[in-house]
Design a protein around this ligand. Structure first.
Ligand code: GLA
Length: 629
């Protein structure tokens, strides 16, 4: 009893510690699993939905090996929804649909087992993934009701999700069956309300939704986190060494874009992708402004690839390259979603493109940052471990478009030549000084690596290395939906309603080279192209590169602030000691220079502390030109 009380006290304390404004002096991100670079592999879902068989999975796995995709890094072979027969009620054991997965039939009178499957996959030098749901029921049971492959039996037998069976199922998946990767969906929490036909008809038990898509205020964020915390604990018990990948699949709901990094190796930031170009752009947008939430061991997941399918199939290789380039520059997980037994060499070459994959898998794990954006064109820059930059130019429109790439986009010196290398052609693409013009075809994305002289003689801007930042506290008080995500019509929806609304919370989170509300950084009319925009009452942790000497920034309340009366003081802490701070600064006061000695410091914490309430709204602050030298 006493132990329990202590454990829950500790849990409450650590949850609080995570959000406190006060410096903790230690890097707070604890990786879940061991995905130090974006996970790569193949999943059955986009190719087959619930219509899967062991043969289909093995055929694609064989192509993964034979085509060189495995050697390129695609190693995880993931079974998605559709593998289960039922939960045996006498002991809660999950049974496999052996008609579809014959190797799971391990002998008369014996329990079905996916161990022969994982053994075969492992023997091929690959890893194996499986799928479940955090609630009682899975997505297919709500959305693929006509499939003959759904779980069978009584209500209880068809409740194949983790709820009530967390430890047992996780032990089965990672212990007995020896899987390496688990995707955990959330339909059990969202899609079994009593108004749903499959519940109203009595087919499934009601589960009052705790995730309400489109309504952040009606969704139970803390309750959902608690369930995933239980999952994390169960995983830790079976795999204490952390040798697994956990994919959290909550489609960008319940503010998971902010907390997913603490509960999974990767977390979906958007609804399901499908093989339409506009949908792919929507999914891309849901990660594009979340650069400070990803890094080694934690990845924003805009969903699995559609390369090889529909708008990204053989007659659309330009679009396929665009999709691949976008996922690469965003350090997104690369999960192939096509039937590889039917994929053309051209499609396989796009998936395999070594210099494109290398950009995605760069060990520094920085996500690309928007260096230019309008509704039609984007320029994204990703810092690579060796100091080069990857840069992607993206024409979102259906017509050719002109681009100017500048040295400033790359944070490189405008008077020194910058050498470009085409990541697709694997060839040098000339060099330029200052700027260079491009004309892109409709829907095209160009992808280069760039080598030049950094604009800072030594050192870097913090906004260039988002993977070394942990958002310990974002300063957001009231959750709001992010309006900048392109609102493509989903394949399954029609226009017979009021429209596709902004859907994902996280609006107001910190941004690289932008304010949290997508404005240019500016303090008392002094503009900053480089810097961090964040709300007051925030704390950002920044890992410092060894050998660094000094942190400097020009700080103040941003001109775009909503709250214009409260003062904000800025503090820099190093390994838990206060190194520098300002007096409270207010709207329309000039930016102050803040400087701190970093010798011997491993971790700095940037705290913007608000003094007093501001009834007009959040106070937006700017760490202009925040840099480490
Ligand atoms: C959800 C997920 C998909 C897929 C299906 C399976 O829609 O987002 O990726 O796993 O469920 O039913």
């Amino acid at each position: 009893m006493k132990l329990l009380a202590l454990a829950s006290l500790l849990a409450a304390f650590s949850a609080q510690a995570q959000q406190t404004l006060e410096a903790t002096g230690r890097w707070q991100h604890q990786p879940v699993g061991h995905a130090m670079t974006p996970p790569m592999g193949w999943s059955s879902w986009n190719a087959f939905r619930v219509d899967i068989t062991e043969k289909k999975v093995m055929d694609s796995a064989q192509v993964i090996v034979d085509s060189g995709l495995a050697a390129a890094g695609y190693r995880s072979i993931n079974i998605d929804d559709g593998w289960w027969l039922k939960r045996r009620t006498s002991d809660g054991r999950l049974l496999v649909r052996t008609g579809l997965f014959p190797s799971a039939h391990v002998g008369a009178g014996k329990d079905s087992s996916l161990r022969p499957f994982t053994d075969r996959i492992h023997a091929m030098g690959l890893k194996a993934g499986i799928y479940t749901d955090i609630g009682r029921n899975a997505c297919s049971q709500a959305y693929d009701a006509d499939s003959p492959n759904l779980p069978e039996g009584t209500h209880a037998e068809r409740e194949v999700g983790l709820m009530g069976f967390m430890k047992q199922d996780v032990a089965l998946f990672f212990g007995e069956w020896n899987f390496d990767y688990l995707k955990v969906d959330g339909c059990g929490l969202s899609s079994y309300g009593r108004d749903r036909p499959h519940v109203a008809s009595g087919q499934y038990r009601e589960y009052k939704p705790t995730i309400v898509e489109g309504s952040i205020n009606q969704s139970d964020i803390e309750g959902t986190k608690k369930l995933y915390a239980g999952l994390k604990q169960a995983l830790h018990e079976v795999r204490p060494r952390g040798d697994y990948t956990l994919s959290v699949c909550l489609w960008g709901t319940v503010n998971v874009r902010s907390w997913g990094q603490d509960y999974g190796s990767m977390w979906r930031t958007s609804r399901d992708i499908w093989k339409g170009f506009a949908q792919m752009v929507h999914n891309f947008d849901t990660v594009a402004t979340r650069e400070f939430y990803a890094g080694p061991g934690r990845w924003n997941d805009p969903d699995m690839l559609e390369i090889g399918n529909g708008d990204f199939g053989d007659s659309h290789l330009l679009e396929a390259r665009t999709h691949m380039g976008l996922w690469a520059i965003m350090a997104a997980p690369l999960m192939i979603g096509t039937d590889l037994s039917k994929a053309s060499p051209a499609v396989i070459d796009i998936l395999k493109a070594p210099e494109v994959v290398a950009i995605n898998q760069d060990p520094a794990g920085h996500q690309g940052v928007l260096a230019y954006a309008d509704s039609d064109r984007q320029i994204v820059v990703k810092t690579l471990a060796d100091g080069r930059k990857a840069v992607l130019l993206f024409n979102r429109t259906g017509a050719p478009a002109k681009f100017t790439l500048t040295a400033e986009h790359l944070k490189m010196d405008a008077t020194t030549p910058i050498a470009l290398r085409d990541a697709w052609a694997r060839a040098d693409a000339g060099s330029f000084t200052g700027k260079r013009e491009f004309e892109l075809q409709a829907r095209e994305a160009l992808l280069f690596t760039a080598t030049g002289k950094h604009v800072l003689p030594k050192g870097y801007f913090v906004s260039e290395r988002p993977g070394s930042v942990y958002v310990a506290r974002d300063g957001i008080r009231a959750l709001e939906q992010d309006p900048v995500v392109y609102r493509a019509l989903a394949s399954w929806s029609t226009t017979d309603n009021g429209g596709t609304r902004p859907a994902y919370a996280g609006w107001g989170g910190p941004r690289a080279d932008s304010t949290p509300y997508d404005q240019a950084l500016s303090v008392q009319r002094q503009a900053f192209r480089h810097g961090i925009g964040v709300l007051a009452d925030s704390r950002l942790q920044v890992q410092v590169t060894p050998g660094s000497q000094r942190f400097t920034a020009k700080v103040g309340v941003d001109d775009s602030t909503r709250g214009k009366t409260a003062g904000v003081s800025f503090e820099v802490w190093g390994d838990g000691r206060k190194l520098a701070n300002t007096a409270p600064l207010k709207f329309n006061q000039a930016a102050r220079e803040l400087s701190a000695d970093l010798r011997g410091v491993k971790l700095i914490e940037l705290i913007a502390r608000q003094h007093g309430a501001d009834t007009a709204g959040p106070v937006v602050v700017t760490w202009g030109e925040a840099r480490i030298e």
